[in-house]
Structures are given as structure tokens and as C-alpha cells.
Design a protein around this ligand. Sequence first.
Ligand code: ATP
Ligand code: MG
Length: 139
Amino acid sequence: MTERTFSILKPDATRRNLTGQINAVIEAAGLRIVAQKRIHLTDAQAKKFYEVHKDRPFYGELVGQMTAEPVVVQVLEGENAVAAYRDVMGATNPKDAADGTIRKLFALSIGENSVHGSDSQDNAAIEIAQFFTDAEIVG
Ligand code: ATP
Ligand code: MG
């Protein structure tokens, strides 16, 4: 089933000029980038986005990292896009990520792990709506 997921190329990726290389892996996996923009997340945006983790010990560090440099927010479209993107992202900790995954190829650490991808269709819809209007998404 064709669906959409939400992606962020995180500050460790923009800082190292890796957005094109990561997009190439995304596209090679059969996902289409149907919306994309480079923005600098505000503290309020990052806190809202990661609110689910607000009681975790790494929350402050996470918000700090996500607001330190620009990010690229994206909408990806394809067959089972949520699961397909999670597969190509690889495990949260790059030490556990499979060969060929974005995090295995590029991530620096469990915190600076280069990409975010939605974990469910419900969250994908919520996250896409936080950053894109319908008119900005062009399949
Ligand atoms: P994301 O939500 O960014 O796609 P994920 O779903 O693989 O990643 P989550 O458990 O949702 O992982 O954690 C969200 C983010 O918080 C991770 O991507 C990572 O940047 C950071 N994070 C998670 N666990 C840790 C940790 N133990 N120490 C530092 N940062 C962490
Ligand atoms: Mg997550």
C-alpha cells in the first residue's frame, strides 16, 4: 500500500554535508521525496516534536542537538513507507545497525544518529502536519 512517512535529516548530517548522500540511499530504497525543506528548528518545535521522550534522561541533550544546526524535514512516499524507511534507517544505535543502512553508513552515535523516521502511520500524519501544508507535498 502506498503511504507517507515523515523524515528528518538531523544536524549531524547537515553539519557534515551528507544530505545528498542520505537522499541517494532513501531514493535507492524506492522511497520518493515528495516534500523537503531545510529549516532551523526552534527550541519550542524540538520540544514539541520529542514530547513523548520528555521524561527520558537524554531529552535535554536531544533537544539541544536538534536545535544546534539546521535540519532537513521531508515527506517520503512509497510502498509501506513507514516500515520501509525504518528498515533503511537502521537501528537507533549505529552499533546495532545493519550493513547498508543510513545509520550504519553515517551515524556518529545513538544520539547523533543522522535521521529520524516516523514509527507508525498515525505518528507520520501528526508529524507531517507539524511541518508541511498539503500544498507543499507534491507527489
Ligand atoms: P527517531 O525517533 O529519531 O527516528 P528512533 O525511533 O530510532 O529514532 P527513539 O527511541 O524514538 O529512536 O529515540 C528518539 C531519538 O532520541 C533517537 O533517534 C536518538 O537521537 C535519541 N536517543 C534515543 N535513545 C538515546 C540514548 N540512550 N542516548 C542519547 N540519545 C538517545
Ligand atoms: Mg522514534
